[in-house]
Design a protein around this ligand. Structure first.
Ligand code: C2E
Ligand code: MG
Ligand code: MG
Ligand code: MG
Length: 287
């Protein structure tokens, strides 16, 4: 219809665009109430020691349980909460909820289980330090069992102030992970100057690892690099036993992915810890 009106003229009413705008406004409206309505939930995906197969930690992954639309992925709403500024209270909720759960688990199972929590770039300011101090005084957790995940692009965006902030995090003995490592700028020259403890190999490299020579070269380089600068390395997106074996043979210490377990509800995660491994949990449920 817009075309019929000729060049240089715009359609006044585009039904598709209109419905997208309405949907977006609706989403923002719903998000405004979602925290108060307790519609967010953290799932926990095991991080497994490749040598011993023991679950040594979890990554907290947020989901939105929309009352009408069902479960919504973080890909669909995190960026909107960032634009709305809602990521600040939401990010605080994520940190507190995750750490409360971690403290419960550490007491229940009496070992230094770890938890990794994703940060948004918008959370990289001084209020993060305030929140972390509140958490450390409120919940009994060993600070070095908590790790904050950031991406390379978040580092690049504001290197100076991020550098300063990360050092404040480290002063509190909290660990720092680089998520999706290898997909960003991977500026090796800055890495050793940052107080980073863990590199998480992006799942795009782990995918097809057993067949793809290119991915093998990249993955091996990251493992060697991380060891040479004294960092730990976790492979993301491990889906097959061949990938797990390749990683183990090439000196990668930890793995995370559907091969071990999908992200779990808190209660499922507790049951997995009780059983010692996800496989045992599944076997016992006779699925
Ligand atoms: P991420 O931090 O890289 O998280 C890993 C994603 O890979 C998760 O998706 C996880 O469910 C998925 N995954 C795990 N194992 C496998 C596997 O074997 N194969 C495949 N194909 N995928 C696997 P999810 O939960 O949808 O989260 C997507 C992204 O949303 C996360 O990527 C993270 O960047 C962001 N996100 C999740 N939770 C939070 C949060 O609490 N705060 C913030 N700021 N971002 C979050
Ligand atoms: Mg992550
Ligand atoms: Mg990742
Ligand atoms: Mg990510």
């Amino acid at each position: 219809r817009a075309k019929q009106r000729g060049k240089g003229k715009y359609a006044i009413f585009d039904p598709i665009m209109h419905s997208q705008v309405v949907e977006r406004l609706q989403m923002e409206n719903d998000l405004r109430h979602a925290l108060d309505n307790q519609e967010f939930i953290l799932n926990y995906q095991p991080i497994v020691n490749l040598e011993s197969s023991v679950i040594e930690g979890f990554e907290a992954l947020i989901r939105w349980q929309h009352p009408k639309k069902g479960l919504i992925s973080p890909f669909k709403f995190i960026s909107i909460t960032e634009e709305m500024g809602l990521i600040i209270p939401l990010g605080q909720w994520i940190l507190k909820t995750g750490c409360q759960q971690l403290s419960t688990w550490q007491k229940q199972f009496n070992y230094p289980l770890k938890l990794s929590i994703n940060l948004s770039v918008k959370q990289l300011n001084n209020s993060l330090i305030t929140t972390l101090d509140e958490i450390l005084s409120e919940y009994e957790i060993l600070p070095n069992t908590l790790s904050l995940e950031i991406t390379e692009s978040m580092l690049i965006e504001n290197l100076e102030s991020t550098f300063y902030l990360l050092h404040q995090v480290k002063e509190r003995n909290i660990s720092i992970s680089i998520d999706d490592f290898g997909t960003g700028y991977s500026c090796f020259s800055y890495l050793h100057r940052l107080p980073v403890d863990i590199l998480k190999i992006d799942r795009s490299f782990v995918h097809n690892l057993e067949f793809n020579h290119h991915n093998q070269l990249i993955t091996e380089s990251i493992i060697v690099l991380s060891k040479s600068i004294g960092m730990s390395v976790i492979a993301e997106g491990v889906e097959a036993v061949e990938q797990k074996n390749w990683l183990k043979q090439h000196g990668c210490s930890w793995g995370q992915g559907y091969f071990f377990s999908p992200p779990l509800l808190p209660l499922q995660a507790t049951m997995v810890l009780e059983k010692g491994s996800y496989q045992e949990y599944i076997n016992n449920k006779q699925i």
